[in-house]
Design a protein around this ligand. Sequence first.
Ligand SMILES: NC(=O)c1ccc[n+]([C@@H]2O[C@H](COP(=O)([O-])OP(=O)(O)OC[C@H]3O[C@@H](n4cnc5c(N)ncnc54)[C@H](O)[C@@H]3O)[C@@H](O)[C@H]2O)c1
Length: 320
Amino acid sequence: MSPTPMSRKIVVTGGAGFIGSALARALVARGDDVSVLDNFSTGKRENLQDLAGQLAVVEGDILDAALLDRVFAGADVVFHEAAIPSVPRSLAAPLPSHNANATGTLNVLEAARRCQVRRVVYAGSSSAYGEPPSLPVVETMAPAPLSPYAVSKLAGEHYLRVYARVFGVQTVTLRYFNVFGPRQDPNSQYAAVIPRFITAALEGRSPTVYGDGEQSRDFCFIDNVVEANLRAADAKGASGKVFNIACGTGTSLNRVLALLGEALHRPIAAHYEPGRAGDVRHSLADISQAKTVLGYTAAVNFVAGLGKTLAWFQEQRSRP
Ligand SMILES: NC(=O)c1ccc[n+]([C@@H]2O[C@H](COP(=O)([O-])OP(=O)(O)OC[C@H]3O[C@@H](n4cnc5c(N)ncnc54)[C@H](O)[C@@H]3O)[C@@H](O)[C@H]2O)c1
């Protein structure tokens, strides 16, 4: 579908990644004029394959200011998803994470200011909370990042708030909790837990669990994250603010394995290894501010999202 004459130009940085490509797909579906900017460090062209000819894909880096000026020219909204999105990677090499995540975000905001972009919506992270004093976490709690990744993502949030306040660029931070769904990479050394578990289970291997498996996460299906982004682009009263984007329910890793076992009609025996530095024990969000200000509904609950994700990975494996 080509954009309608009235369609708005929208840019998705990191749009070849797991979350960015899902967002780009939803924007194309509603008729926006979509440009993706990605350096393909972790993103993949195949994530956008089904959208060929329906959006512009620019290969390049968010650290390239001149390129950002070209891509952002005339844009109404920038969804800033590009980052090196991994706690362990930031522990292994803090500087590249800082450059992409903190300096990269400042670069995006500077270009948005120069190009008079109306609103920047930012992929923040629940890692900002660290080990919170109580659960669920609310946006008014003091941040306490525990890894270079978390610091770099939190720096981005602070820049967003300042740009809304000082430079008149509307900005919204969405603090994503553990996002999962189709197209999430199961193979990287730093892969997220759900695609790793699903892939191992489908291949008949024992998934590796770091720690005792009783640590819990507020897993959030990708469609909910897309919904939150679409709402954040236009919601009144949202600029300069931070919103938790999750389901508001906690699920332990052992429970995830049990649910997968039920769905596959066989128990899944995990292989347990020592816990990892920088990981938090429990994570659970209060999502009332996103509900009130953005009208966010978290329409897909964890169990339904896990079923959809499993079905997608099964379908991929059944392809020749
Ligand atoms: N997946 C989650 O659970 C989660 C949770 C909290 C926050 N986030 C944030 O959401 C965003 C998207 O994460 P994802 O899970 O889709 O990861 P992803 O790795 O699939 O996507 C990140 C994308 O950014 C691109 N990229 C990285 N550095 C870049 C650069 N310098 N210039 C241009 N492009 C660059 C990558 O190639 C990739 O396509 C990230 O900002 C991440 O920090 C993700």
